[in-house]
Structure formats: C-alpha cells, structure tokens
Design a protein around this ligand. Structure first.
Ligand SMILES: C[S@@+](CC[C@H](N)C(=O)[O-])C[C@H]1O[C@@H](n2cnc3c(N)ncnc32)[C@H](O)[C@@H]1O
Length: 316
C-alpha cells in the first residue's frame, strides 16, 4: 500500500505523539484484522457489526441520499485504520481513496492490514494511506469527487478551516458526506461544555486502552460539540451550495409495539418516512441521545452500529 506523508503542524504532531491512540495502535499491530476494526474503529462497543452490514449501509446511503455520487476519487478525513476507506474502495466505480489520518502508527501499522483484509492484496492499492491532518490537504483544487467522515470532523479544532480545505479539493458538484454528531439545537453553550467535560467511564477507558486511573474527558480527547445549526453555519460560511441533514435512527427498540412500528416505517422510502416523522417528532423536544431529530429516517441497517448517526451532506 502506498503511504504518503503530508505536513502536520508541529503542535498537533506533539499532541498526537503523546495521545493514547499512538500506543494503542502498536498494541494492536499483531491482532487479527477483525479485532483491530472492532477495537479501534468501533471502540469495542459494536460487537455484532459485520463488514456486510457496513457495505449494505453504504449502498443504501449512496442510493437514497447521495444520488450515487460515490465514484471516482475519494478522500476520507480522520480515517483511523481506514476500514471505511477500504469498504468504499470495494465499489467498482471508485478509482482510489486517500485515507488521511493524523496518527502515524495507525496508518503505518494498521491501515495496510485492514486494506488487504477487506480488499485483497491487489485491490488494496486503491486505498492510499496518508499520515496528515485534515486542515492541510496536499491535493490539487477541484481534484476529488467525494469526501467521507466517520465521527472525525467533530475532532476539528477549526471546523471552518477544515471545511474550506475540503471545499477547495472537491470538484464542483462533488459531495462531502459525514456520519457524525449533529447535536440538537435546543442545547445551550453550557450544555455543550458539560458534555465535553464529562469524564470517560472506566469501561470506555479500558476499551480505548487507557489506564482507568488516568483522567480523560472528551475535551481532553480533542472532541468538540456542534449542533445542527453550527454545522449549517460552517457549511454556509465555506461556500457549500447545498446542506442536508438526516437523523439515521435504529429500527429496534426494547418495546415490542414501538419495534413493530419502527420496522414498518423502515421499509418506506426515506422521503415518505420524513413526511410522516416531521409531523410527529418535535425537534425542540429532548431526544435520549441529544442528537437533532430533524429529518428522522429509521433503518435496520444501523441496528448493529455503536450509535445512531447524523448524516450531514454538503455539495460544492
Ligand atoms: C473518533 S476517531 C474516528 C475513527 C475513524 N474514522 C475510524 O474509522 O476508525 C477520530 C479520528 O480522527 C483522527 N484525527 C483527529 N484529528 C485529526 C486531524 N486534524 N487530521 C486528521 N485526522 C485527525 C484521530 O486520530 C482519530 O483516528
């Protein structure tokens, strides 16, 4: 697998070198690929997820929300070990995908193993590993057809800068689609601060390979909280011509009747679901996960994912 090195700001490089993921990557380098994917991509909280689930989900998103724009040259920002890049590269219409990740050990030790596992040795060349940062993309203007993010852009310390870099490299008409967190607009600044200052549980620390005695908050892990209105603002400020958001929700529930109802709903096309969900879901009413409920769509395809997903789409 080809691995490129792009410039990383010295301050960020220093931060990453002492980040828990740097040692965690080394500790996983002799594990089997399925373990690596479960532990690092899914933080050990999605025990039942399979590659087939993920492939089916991308197919569903491509057809129903992206007008089949997953093709040509792609870019994944904050790619981790590049599992999603490899799944995206499995699509015949994708020529290659740059998988950009700031943590060097993840790229050099884990990404080649995952690309070979998902794609086989020959096709794995379609994934180009990049040790780099998403605020400095060493790609030409208008050179990329699609960009993907899986819970990474909420790690950006300057979302406007990150999105303007992404906008620069996208071709006109190209899309960025994010599986990320768009918090509900009812949340106040103080609510967001409290979310970031919350300490990870012992269980979560264990899953991340962090000493349970070490203090670790989401803020210390480089996370930010963006509400739907914040995402919208940054996409508009960076000149995207179109912004869309969908709340991709699970079709399962502990309540038998709710489960039946959600299952029936999930069989309907997204547009029809949204017609009905927008009538009975109030976006100002609290949700259990504090994600925006605007444009809710139920699908069984996220039942095995670690969390429900805010699908954010920007078109250049
Ligand atoms: C929550 S993880 C997302 C997991 C990843 N998408 C995957 O599929 O495994 C966020 C990832 O973004 C990376 N990251 C954080 N800041 C970054 C930056 N400025 N540029 C590139 N990657 C970054 C982190 O190192 C981490 O691997």
């Amino acid at each position: 697998m080809q691995i490129l090195n792009w410039k990383i700001q010295p301050e960020l490089k220093k931060e990453i070198d002492s980040h828990y993921r740097t040692d965690f990557a080394i500790s996983l380098k002799d594990s089997n690929p399925v373990e690596i994917i479960k532990k690092i991509t899914f933080d050990n909280v999605a025990p039942n997820i399979t590659i087939i689930d993920v492939k089916k989900f991308f197919k569903y998103i491509n057809k129903n929300f992206l007008n089949k724009k997953i093709k040509g040259v792609g870019l994944e920002v904050g790619a981790g070990p590049g599992f999603f890049s490899a799944v995206l590269a499995d699509n015949k219409k994708v020529e290659k995908i740059y998988a950009v990740e700031v943590c060097e050990n993840i790229v050099t030790e884990l990404m080649p193993v995952i690309a070979d596992f998902v794609l086989g040795k020959k096709k794995s060349e379609k994934v180009v590993g990049v040790v780099g940062e998403f605020n400095n993309l060493e790609l030409k203007d208008n050179s990329v057809d699609f960009v993907f993010d899986f819970f990474s852009l909420h790690h950006s310390n300057d979302l406007q800068k990150t999105l303007s870099e992404i906008h620069r490299v996208l071709k006109p008409g190209g899309v960025i689609f994010c599986f990320d967190k768009a918090r509900a607009d009812y949340l106040k600044e103080d609510d967001l601060k409290n979310m970031l200052d919350k300490e990870y549980s012992e269980e979560a620390k264990k899953n991340m390979g962090v000493d349970v005695k070490e203090r670790l908050t989401r803020r210390m892990n480089g996370e930010q909280e963006f509400r739907l209105k914040d995402w919208k603002k940054y996409f508009m400020l960076t000149n995207f011509s179109n912004f869309e958001h969908y709340n991709i929700a699970r079709s399962d529930s502990n309540n038998f009747f709710v489960r039946i109802l959600k299952n029936i709903f999930s069989k309907l096309p997204p547009k029809i679901q949204i017609f009905f969900t927008s009538k009975f879901i109030d976006p100002d009413k609290e949700t259990y996960n504090d994600l925006s409920s605007e444009n809710r769509v139920y699908t069984k395809l996220v039942n095995n994912f670690p969390k429900e997903i805010s699908l954010i789409i920007g078109t250049k």
